[in-house]
Design a protein around this ligand. Structure first.
Ligand SMILES: *Cc1c(COP(=O)(O)O)cnc(C)c1O
Length: 468
Protein backbone atom coordinates (compact mmCIF):
# COMPACT_ATOMS: atom_id res chain seq x y z
CA UNK A 1 0.00 0.00 0.00
CA UNK A 2 1.33 3.37 -0.96
CA UNK A 3 -0.01 6.74 0.06
CA UNK A 4 0.90 9.52 -2.28
CA UNK A 5 1.48 12.99 -0.99
CA UNK A 6 0.56 15.98 -3.08
CA UNK A 7 4.01 17.29 -2.44
CA UNK A 8 5.99 14.58 -4.20
CA UNK A 9 5.83 15.98 -7.72
CA UNK A 10 8.40 18.52 -8.73
CA UNK A 11 6.82 21.94 -8.64
CA UNK A 12 7.22 24.35 -11.51
CA UNK A 13 9.01 26.97 -9.47
CA UNK A 14 10.91 24.62 -7.24
CA UNK A 15 14.54 25.76 -6.76
CA UNK A 16 17.24 23.49 -8.20
CA UNK A 17 19.35 23.52 -5.10
CA UNK A 18 19.22 22.72 -1.41
CA UNK A 19 20.37 25.64 0.71
CA UNK A 20 22.43 24.92 3.77
CA UNK A 21 21.44 26.54 7.06
CA UNK A 22 24.30 28.98 7.88
CA UNK A 23 24.44 27.44 11.35
CA UNK A 24 25.86 24.27 9.82
CA UNK A 25 27.97 25.68 6.97
CA UNK A 26 31.72 25.42 7.58
CA UNK A 27 33.98 28.25 6.35
CA UNK A 28 34.85 27.80 2.70
CA UNK A 29 32.13 25.22 2.17
CA UNK A 30 29.47 25.52 -0.49
CA UNK A 31 26.22 26.71 1.07
CA UNK A 32 24.08 25.31 -1.71
CA UNK A 33 24.01 21.84 -3.20
CA UNK A 34 22.25 20.91 -6.44
CA UNK A 35 19.03 19.01 -5.92
CA UNK A 36 18.73 17.05 -9.15
CA UNK A 37 22.37 16.66 -10.29
CA UNK A 38 25.19 14.82 -8.59
CA UNK A 39 27.23 17.55 -6.83
CA UNK A 40 30.64 18.17 -8.46
CA UNK A 41 32.52 18.23 -5.18
CA UNK A 42 32.45 16.62 -1.76
CA UNK A 43 30.72 17.68 1.43
CA UNK A 44 31.67 17.01 5.00
CA UNK A 45 29.73 14.06 6.45
CA UNK A 46 28.20 16.41 9.04
CA UNK A 47 26.90 18.67 6.31
CA UNK A 48 25.46 15.88 4.19
CA UNK A 49 23.93 14.32 7.29
CA UNK A 50 22.29 17.57 8.31
CA UNK A 51 20.72 18.04 4.88
CA UNK A 52 19.35 14.51 4.66
CA UNK A 53 18.21 14.63 8.26
CA UNK A 54 16.33 17.88 7.69
CA UNK A 55 14.71 16.60 4.49
CA UNK A 56 13.54 13.40 6.14
CA UNK A 57 12.13 15.36 9.06
CA UNK A 58 9.58 16.89 6.71
CA UNK A 59 7.95 13.51 6.14
CA UNK A 60 4.68 12.95 7.97
CA UNK A 61 4.47 11.82 11.57
CA UNK A 62 4.04 8.06 11.38
CA UNK A 63 2.11 7.85 14.65
CA UNK A 64 -0.71 9.97 13.21
CA UNK A 65 -0.81 8.01 9.97
CA UNK A 66 -3.98 5.94 10.22
CA UNK A 67 -3.70 5.01 6.53
CA UNK A 68 -0.73 2.66 6.47
CA UNK A 69 -0.52 -0.97 7.50
CA UNK A 70 3.24 -0.87 7.78
CA UNK A 71 5.16 -1.04 11.04
CA UNK A 72 6.72 2.21 12.22
CA UNK A 73 7.96 1.31 15.66
CA UNK A 74 10.30 -1.33 17.08
CA UNK A 75 11.92 -1.49 20.50
CA UNK A 76 15.50 -0.62 21.40
CA UNK A 77 16.84 -4.15 21.13
CA UNK A 78 15.44 -4.38 17.63
CA UNK A 79 17.09 -1.05 16.78
CA UNK A 80 20.39 -2.41 18.05
CA UNK A 81 20.05 -5.59 15.99
CA UNK A 82 19.14 -3.53 12.96
CA UNK A 83 22.37 -1.52 13.22
CA UNK A 84 24.44 -4.65 13.81
CA UNK A 85 22.92 -6.41 10.81
CA UNK A 86 22.71 -3.50 8.37
CA UNK A 87 25.50 -4.96 6.18
CA UNK A 88 24.00 -8.41 5.69
CA UNK A 89 22.94 -9.48 2.22
CA UNK A 90 20.15 -12.03 2.20
CA UNK A 91 21.23 -13.73 -1.04
CA UNK A 92 24.79 -14.35 0.16
CA UNK A 93 23.96 -17.50 2.02
CA UNK A 94 27.55 -18.71 1.95
CA UNK A 95 28.82 -15.56 3.66
CA UNK A 96 25.88 -15.28 6.06
CA UNK A 97 24.86 -18.90 6.70
CA UNK A 98 23.41 -18.02 10.09
CA UNK A 99 21.06 -15.40 8.62
CA UNK A 100 20.07 -17.98 5.99
CA UNK A 101 19.38 -20.52 8.74
CA UNK A 102 17.29 -17.97 10.61
CA UNK A 103 15.30 -17.27 7.45
CA UNK A 104 14.48 -20.98 7.16
CA UNK A 105 13.48 -21.11 10.83
CA UNK A 106 11.13 -18.14 10.33
CA UNK A 107 9.21 -19.54 7.39
CA UNK A 108 9.12 -22.97 9.00
CA UNK A 109 7.53 -21.35 12.06
CA UNK A 110 4.98 -19.70 9.76
CA UNK A 111 4.31 -22.99 7.94
CA UNK A 112 3.60 -24.54 11.33
CA UNK A 113 1.48 -21.61 12.51
CA UNK A 114 -0.52 -21.91 9.28
CA UNK A 115 -1.05 -25.67 9.70
CA UNK A 116 1.10 -26.98 6.84
CA UNK A 117 0.93 -30.79 6.97
CA UNK A 118 4.73 -31.16 7.25
CA UNK A 119 6.23 -27.74 8.09
CA UNK A 120 9.86 -28.83 8.13
CA UNK A 121 9.73 -30.38 4.69
CA UNK A 122 7.83 -27.77 2.83
CA UNK A 123 9.31 -24.72 1.14
CA UNK A 124 9.07 -21.00 1.75
CA UNK A 125 11.13 -17.85 1.54
CA UNK A 126 11.43 -14.34 2.83
CA UNK A 127 10.74 -11.58 0.31
CA UNK A 128 10.93 -7.83 0.24
CA UNK A 129 7.20 -7.60 1.09
CA UNK A 130 3.84 -9.14 0.22
CA UNK A 131 4.03 -7.86 -3.34
CA UNK A 132 7.04 -10.04 -4.17
CA UNK A 133 5.53 -12.87 -2.11
CA UNK A 134 2.28 -12.67 -4.14
CA UNK A 135 4.22 -12.63 -7.44
CA UNK A 136 6.00 -15.82 -6.38
CA UNK A 137 2.73 -17.44 -5.30
CA UNK A 138 1.15 -16.45 -8.62
CA UNK A 139 4.13 -17.69 -10.64
CA UNK A 140 3.99 -21.08 -8.95
CA UNK A 141 0.26 -21.34 -9.76
CA UNK A 142 0.92 -20.40 -13.38
CA UNK A 143 3.78 -22.87 -13.82
CA UNK A 144 1.83 -25.71 -12.21
CA UNK A 145 -1.06 -25.06 -14.54
CA UNK A 146 1.28 -24.94 -17.54
CA UNK A 147 2.82 -28.29 -16.63
CA UNK A 148 -0.58 -29.91 -16.21
CA UNK A 149 -1.84 -28.47 -19.50
CA UNK A 150 1.24 -29.58 -21.42
CA UNK A 151 1.03 -33.04 -19.91
CA UNK A 152 -2.58 -33.21 -21.16
CA UNK A 153 -1.55 -31.94 -24.62
CA UNK A 154 -3.57 -28.73 -24.17
CA UNK A 155 -2.85 -25.08 -24.89
CA UNK A 156 -1.04 -22.89 -22.36
CA UNK A 157 -1.83 -19.72 -24.27
CA UNK A 158 -4.42 -18.03 -22.09
CA UNK A 159 -3.98 -18.39 -18.34
CA UNK A 160 -6.32 -16.45 -16.07
CA UNK A 161 -6.46 -15.68 -12.36
CA UNK A 162 -9.74 -15.18 -10.50
CA UNK A 163 -9.95 -12.67 -7.66
CA UNK A 164 -12.06 -9.94 -6.12
CA UNK A 165 -12.23 -6.50 -7.72
CA UNK A 166 -10.93 -5.30 -4.33
CA UNK A 167 -7.49 -6.94 -4.66
CA UNK A 168 -4.39 -5.01 -3.78
CA UNK A 169 -2.55 -3.51 -6.77
CA UNK A 170 0.20 -6.18 -6.59
CA UNK A 171 -2.22 -8.66 -8.23
CA UNK A 172 -2.89 -6.30 -11.11
CA UNK A 173 0.86 -6.01 -11.47
CA UNK A 174 1.30 -9.78 -11.37
CA UNK A 175 -1.23 -10.25 -14.18
CA UNK A 176 0.30 -7.43 -16.20
CA UNK A 177 3.95 -8.44 -15.78
CA UNK A 178 3.45 -12.17 -16.24
CA UNK A 179 0.79 -12.19 -18.95
CA UNK A 180 -2.10 -13.60 -17.02
CA UNK A 181 -5.66 -12.47 -17.68
CA UNK A 182 -7.14 -10.98 -14.50
CA UNK A 183 -10.75 -12.01 -13.85
CA UNK A 184 -12.23 -9.70 -11.30
CA UNK A 185 -15.31 -10.74 -9.38
CA UNK A 186 -17.11 -7.49 -8.53
CA UNK A 187 -18.11 -6.69 -4.96
CA UNK A 188 -21.65 -5.58 -4.12
CA UNK A 189 -23.79 -4.75 -1.11
CA UNK A 190 -24.87 -8.40 -0.96
CA UNK A 191 -21.37 -9.76 -1.50
CA UNK A 192 -18.99 -7.32 0.14
CA UNK A 193 -16.06 -9.69 -0.41
CA UNK A 194 -15.25 -12.61 -2.69
CA UNK A 195 -17.29 -15.40 -1.11
CA UNK A 196 -17.71 -18.01 -3.82
CA UNK A 197 -20.94 -16.57 -5.20
CA UNK A 198 -21.22 -17.27 -8.95
CA UNK A 199 -17.58 -18.37 -8.97
CA UNK A 200 -18.42 -20.89 -11.71
CA UNK A 201 -18.96 -17.97 -14.07
CA UNK A 202 -15.32 -16.96 -13.74
CA UNK A 203 -13.46 -20.26 -13.47
CA UNK A 204 -12.60 -22.33 -16.53
CA UNK A 205 -9.91 -24.71 -17.77
CA UNK A 206 -7.48 -21.77 -18.10
CA UNK A 207 -7.80 -20.68 -14.48
CA UNK A 208 -4.43 -21.02 -12.74
CA UNK A 209 -5.92 -20.29 -9.33
CA UNK A 210 -8.16 -18.15 -7.14
CA UNK A 211 -6.79 -15.47 -4.83
CA UNK A 212 -8.47 -15.23 -1.44
CA UNK A 213 -7.61 -12.15 0.60
CA UNK A 214 -7.35 -12.43 4.35
CA UNK A 215 -7.87 -8.80 5.18
CA UNK A 216 -9.09 -6.88 2.12
CA UNK A 217 -7.03 -3.70 1.83
CA UNK A 218 -10.05 -1.46 1.22
CA UNK A 219 -11.92 -2.47 4.35
CA UNK A 220 -10.02 -5.03 6.42
CA UNK A 221 -12.64 -7.75 5.92
CA UNK A 222 -11.68 -11.40 5.58
CA UNK A 223 -12.70 -13.32 2.50
CA UNK A 224 -14.14 -16.66 3.65
CA UNK A 225 -11.42 -19.00 2.39
CA UNK A 226 -13.27 -22.16 3.37
CA UNK A 227 -16.43 -21.06 1.58
CA UNK A 228 -14.46 -20.20 -1.55
CA UNK A 229 -12.82 -23.64 -1.34
CA UNK A 230 -16.27 -25.28 -1.07
CA UNK A 231 -17.44 -23.40 -4.16
CA UNK A 232 -14.35 -24.72 -5.96
CA UNK A 233 -15.12 -28.24 -4.70
CA UNK A 234 -18.56 -28.00 -6.34
CA UNK A 235 -16.98 -26.71 -9.53
CA UNK A 236 -14.60 -29.66 -9.50
CA UNK A 237 -17.50 -32.09 -9.06
CA UNK A 238 -19.27 -30.80 -12.15
CA UNK A 239 -16.33 -29.90 -14.40
CA UNK A 240 -13.34 -31.89 -13.10
CA UNK A 241 -11.29 -28.67 -12.79
CA UNK A 242 -9.03 -28.73 -9.73
CA UNK A 243 -8.32 -25.07 -8.98
CA UNK A 244 -5.90 -24.15 -6.17
CA UNK A 245 -6.12 -21.11 -3.86
CA UNK A 246 -3.42 -18.63 -2.94
CA UNK A 247 -4.23 -16.80 0.29
CA UNK A 248 -3.03 -13.20 0.25
CA UNK A 249 -2.68 -12.83 3.99
CA UNK A 250 -0.65 -9.60 3.86
CA UNK A 251 -2.29 -8.48 7.09
CA UNK A 252 -4.61 -11.29 8.17
CA UNK A 253 -2.10 -14.15 8.15
CA UNK A 254 -0.44 -12.45 11.12
CA UNK A 255 -3.76 -11.68 12.84
CA UNK A 256 -6.04 -14.70 12.36
CA UNK A 257 -3.71 -17.27 14.05
CA UNK A 258 -3.82 -15.14 17.21
CA UNK A 259 -7.24 -13.49 17.27
CA UNK A 260 -9.37 -16.03 15.38
CA UNK A 261 -7.54 -19.32 16.06
CA UNK A 262 -10.62 -21.36 15.13
CA UNK A 263 -11.15 -19.77 11.73
CA UNK A 264 -10.32 -22.19 8.91
CA UNK A 265 -8.45 -20.18 6.31
CA UNK A 266 -4.94 -21.66 6.06
CA UNK A 267 -3.40 -24.99 5.00
CA UNK A 268 -6.11 -26.65 7.09
CA UNK A 269 -8.20 -26.02 3.96
CA UNK A 270 -6.92 -28.58 1.44
CA UNK A 271 -7.26 -26.32 -1.56
CA UNK A 272 -4.87 -23.69 -0.18
CA UNK A 273 -1.61 -24.14 -2.09
CA UNK A 274 0.31 -21.13 -0.79
CA UNK A 275 0.05 -18.27 1.69
CA UNK A 276 1.82 -14.92 1.73
CA UNK A 277 2.13 -12.23 4.36
CA UNK A 278 3.93 -8.96 5.08
CA UNK A 279 6.37 -9.23 7.97
CA UNK A 280 6.34 -5.44 8.03
CA UNK A 281 2.59 -5.18 8.62
CA UNK A 282 1.17 -7.16 11.55
CA UNK A 283 4.42 -9.15 11.68
CA UNK A 284 5.57 -6.00 13.51
CA UNK A 285 8.90 -5.47 11.69
CA UNK A 286 10.20 -2.30 9.98
CA UNK A 287 9.52 -2.02 6.20
CA UNK A 288 11.27 -4.53 3.98
CA UNK A 289 10.13 -8.07 4.72
CA UNK A 290 7.44 -10.45 3.51
CA UNK A 291 6.97 -14.21 3.51
CA UNK A 292 5.51 -16.87 1.26
CA UNK A 293 5.08 -20.54 2.14
CA UNK A 294 3.80 -23.45 0.05
CA UNK A 295 1.66 -26.26 1.43
CA UNK A 296 4.32 -28.79 0.44
CA UNK A 297 7.49 -28.75 -1.60
CA UNK A 298 5.70 -30.14 -4.67
CA UNK A 299 3.29 -27.17 -4.76
CA UNK A 300 6.29 -25.19 -6.02
CA UNK A 301 7.46 -26.53 -9.41
CA UNK A 302 11.15 -27.43 -9.40
CA UNK A 303 11.92 -25.53 -12.56
CA UNK A 304 11.23 -22.22 -10.78
CA UNK A 305 13.86 -22.90 -8.16
CA UNK A 306 17.47 -21.76 -8.47
CA UNK A 307 20.39 -22.97 -6.42
CA UNK A 308 22.81 -20.66 -4.61
CA UNK A 309 25.94 -21.82 -2.83
CA UNK A 310 25.63 -22.38 0.87
CA UNK A 311 28.33 -23.76 3.15
CA UNK A 312 30.08 -25.52 0.30
CA UNK A 313 26.79 -27.03 -0.86
CA UNK A 314 23.71 -25.63 -2.48
CA UNK A 315 20.51 -24.10 -1.22
CA UNK A 316 17.32 -23.71 -3.26
CA UNK A 317 16.01 -20.15 -3.67
CA UNK A 318 13.00 -18.66 -5.36
CA UNK A 319 12.91 -14.87 -5.48
CA UNK A 320 12.62 -11.98 -7.91
CA UNK A 321 15.45 -10.00 -6.33
CA UNK A 322 19.05 -11.04 -5.92
CA UNK A 323 20.74 -8.87 -3.27
CA UNK A 324 18.54 -7.48 -0.54
CA UNK A 325 18.87 -6.66 3.15
CA UNK A 326 19.13 -9.57 5.58
CA UNK A 327 18.54 -7.40 8.65
CA UNK A 328 14.75 -7.49 8.45
CA UNK A 329 14.77 -11.28 8.52
CA UNK A 330 16.79 -11.19 11.74
CA UNK A 331 14.35 -8.62 13.10
CA UNK A 332 11.44 -10.91 12.27
CA UNK A 333 13.14 -13.73 14.13
CA UNK A 334 13.69 -11.37 17.05
CA UNK A 335 9.97 -10.55 17.12
CA UNK A 336 9.00 -14.24 16.91
CA UNK A 337 11.27 -15.08 19.86
CA UNK A 338 10.37 -11.96 21.79
CA UNK A 339 6.59 -12.27 21.53
CA UNK A 340 5.74 -15.88 20.85
CA UNK A 341 2.09 -16.82 20.41
CA UNK A 342 1.18 -15.22 23.73
CA UNK A 343 2.82 -11.90 22.91
CA UNK A 344 1.40 -11.65 19.40
CA UNK A 345 -2.04 -12.46 20.79
CA UNK A 346 -1.69 -9.68 23.35
CA UNK A 347 -0.37 -7.06 20.92
CA UNK A 348 -2.87 -7.82 18.14
CA UNK A 349 -5.66 -8.06 20.73
CA UNK A 350 -4.83 -4.55 21.94
CA UNK A 351 -5.08 -3.25 18.36
CA UNK A 352 -8.42 -5.01 17.92
CA UNK A 353 -9.76 -3.48 21.14
CA UNK A 354 -8.83 -0.01 19.92
CA UNK A 355 -10.40 -0.73 16.51
CA UNK A 356 -13.66 -1.91 18.09
CA UNK A 357 -13.71 1.10 20.42
CA UNK A 358 -13.16 3.52 17.52
CA UNK A 359 -15.66 1.85 15.19
CA UNK A 360 -18.23 1.72 18.03
CA UNK A 361 -17.89 5.45 18.65
CA UNK A 362 -17.95 6.31 14.95
CA UNK A 363 -21.07 4.16 14.49
CA UNK A 364 -22.82 6.34 17.07
CA UNK A 365 -22.17 9.52 15.11
CA UNK A 366 -25.28 10.46 13.13
CA UNK A 367 -23.26 11.33 10.01
CA UNK A 368 -21.80 7.86 9.50
CA UNK A 369 -22.61 4.29 8.72
CA UNK A 370 -20.00 1.56 9.25
CA UNK A 371 -19.00 -0.71 6.39
CA UNK A 372 -17.40 -3.09 8.91
CA UNK A 373 -16.28 -2.84 12.53
CA UNK A 374 -12.65 -4.02 12.65
CA UNK A 375 -13.34 -7.43 14.16
CA UNK A 376 -11.45 -9.29 11.39
CA UNK A 377 -8.17 -7.42 11.14
CA UNK A 378 -8.20 -4.22 13.23
CA UNK A 379 -9.13 -2.15 10.21
CA UNK A 380 -12.55 -0.70 9.43
CA UNK A 381 -14.25 1.68 7.05
CA UNK A 382 -17.34 3.83 7.12
CA UNK A 383 -19.32 5.94 4.73
CA UNK A 384 -21.33 9.09 5.00
CA UNK A 385 -25.05 8.33 5.35
CA UNK A 386 -26.48 9.04 1.89
CA UNK A 387 -29.00 11.62 3.15
CA UNK A 388 -26.81 13.23 5.79
CA UNK A 389 -25.71 16.36 3.94
CA UNK A 390 -25.18 17.93 0.54
CA UNK A 391 -22.57 20.33 1.90
CA UNK A 392 -19.58 18.09 2.41
CA UNK A 393 -18.22 14.62 1.78
CA UNK A 394 -15.51 12.35 3.15
CA UNK A 395 -12.79 13.95 1.02
CA UNK A 396 -13.47 17.24 2.76
CA UNK A 397 -13.37 15.53 6.13
CA UNK A 398 -10.10 13.82 5.20
CA UNK A 399 -8.62 17.24 4.35
CA UNK A 400 -9.85 18.74 7.60
CA UNK A 401 -8.30 15.89 9.59
CA UNK A 402 -5.05 16.34 7.74
CA UNK A 403 -4.88 19.87 9.09
CA UNK A 404 -4.75 18.32 12.54
CA UNK A 405 -2.00 15.93 11.41
CA UNK A 406 -4.17 12.82 10.97
CA UNK A 407 -3.89 10.89 7.74
CA UNK A 408 -7.23 9.14 7.20
CA UNK A 409 -7.81 8.46 3.52
CA UNK A 410 -11.15 8.59 1.75
CA UNK A 411 -11.51 6.70 -1.53
CA UNK A 412 -14.06 5.10 -3.83
CA UNK A 413 -14.77 1.38 -3.51
CA UNK A 414 -13.84 -0.80 -6.51
CA UNK A 415 -16.21 -2.32 -9.08
CA UNK A 416 -19.21 -2.71 -8.79
CA UNK A 417 -19.48 -0.03 -6.10
CA UNK A 418 -17.43 2.91 -7.39
CA UNK A 419 -20.19 5.33 -6.30
CA UNK A 420 -19.58 4.42 -2.69
CA UNK A 421 -16.90 6.51 -0.99
CA UNK A 422 -15.49 5.22 2.26
CA UNK A 423 -12.99 6.37 4.81
CA UNK A 424 -10.74 3.90 6.57
CA UNK A 425 -8.73 3.61 9.76
CA UNK A 426 -5.93 1.05 10.15
CA UNK A 427 -5.23 0.38 13.81
CA UNK A 428 -1.63 -0.71 14.33
CA UNK A 429 0.55 -1.32 17.32
CA UNK A 430 1.25 2.20 18.61
CA UNK A 431 -2.27 3.60 18.14
CA UNK A 432 -3.07 3.59 21.83
CA UNK A 433 -6.42 4.15 23.49
CA UNK A 434 -5.25 7.65 24.38
CA UNK A 435 -4.28 8.50 20.84
CA UNK A 436 -7.57 6.97 19.62
CA UNK A 437 -9.53 9.23 21.99
CA UNK A 438 -7.59 12.25 20.75
CA UNK A 439 -8.45 11.22 17.20
CA UNK A 440 -12.15 10.87 18.05
CA UNK A 441 -12.19 14.32 19.61
CA UNK A 442 -10.68 15.81 16.45
CA UNK A 443 -13.05 13.81 14.26
CA UNK A 444 -16.10 15.06 16.19
CA UNK A 445 -14.83 18.62 16.06
CA UNK A 446 -14.27 18.53 12.30
CA UNK A 447 -17.64 16.89 11.63
CA UNK A 448 -19.29 19.60 13.75
CA UNK A 449 -17.45 22.25 11.75
CA UNK A 450 -18.56 20.77 8.44
CA UNK A 451 -22.12 20.21 9.66
CA UNK A 452 -22.33 23.89 10.64
CA UNK A 453 -21.60 25.05 7.09
CA UNK A 454 -24.48 26.96 5.55
CA UNK A 455 -23.41 26.22 1.97
CA UNK A 456 -21.59 23.42 0.13
CA UNK A 457 -17.80 22.97 0.17
CA UNK A 458 -16.19 23.55 -3.24
CA UNK A 459 -16.45 20.38 -5.32
CA UNK A 460 -12.99 20.75 -6.89
CA UNK A 461 -11.30 20.02 -3.58
CA UNK A 462 -11.51 16.26 -4.18
CA UNK A 463 -8.19 14.49 -4.00
CA UNK A 464 -8.58 10.77 -3.61
CA UNK A 465 -4.78 10.62 -4.02
CA UNK A 466 -4.59 7.20 -2.44
CA UNK A 467 -3.44 3.89 -3.83
CA UNK A 468 -4.10 0.43 -2.51
C1 LIG B 1 -0.31 -4.41 1.68
C2 LIG B 1 -0.90 -5.50 0.88
C3 LIG B 1 -0.17 -6.07 -0.19
C4 LIG B 1 1.19 -5.57 -0.59
O1 LIG B 1 2.08 -5.74 0.47
P1 LIG B 1 3.52 -5.07 0.53
O2 LIG B 1 4.14 -5.77 1.69
O3 LIG B 1 3.29 -3.62 0.78
O4 LIG B 1 4.22 -5.34 -0.76
C5 LIG B 1 -0.75 -7.12 -0.87
N1 LIG B 1 -1.97 -7.57 -0.56
C6 LIG B 1 -2.72 -7.05 0.45
C7 LIG B 1 -4.07 -7.61 0.76
C8 LIG B 1 -2.20 -5.97 1.20
O5 LIG B 1 -2.93 -5.45 2.19
Amino acid sequence: MVTTSRRVERHENEPDSVGLNPLFARPGEATELPKFRLPAGESLPETAYQIVHDEAMLDGNARLNLATFVGTWMDEHAQRLYLEAADKNMIDKDEYPQTAAVETRCWTMLADLWHAPDPEHTIGTSTIGSSEACMLGGLALKRRWQHARRAAGKSTERPNLVMSSAVQVCWEKFCNYFDVEPRYVPISWDHKVLDGYELEKYVDENTIGVVAILGVTYTGMYEPVEKIAQALDRIQETTGLDVPIHVDGASGAMIAPFLQPDLRWDFAVDRVASISTSGHKYGLVYPGVGWVVWRSADALPDDLVFKVSYLGGEMPTFALNFSRPGAQVLLQYYMFLRLGIEGYTRVQGASRDVALYLSGEIAKMPAFELWNDGSDIPVFAWRLKPDHTKNWNLYHLSDRLRMKGWLVPAYPMPADLPDVTVQRVVVRNGLSHDLASAFLADLREEVAYLDALTGPMPAEAHHPGFHH
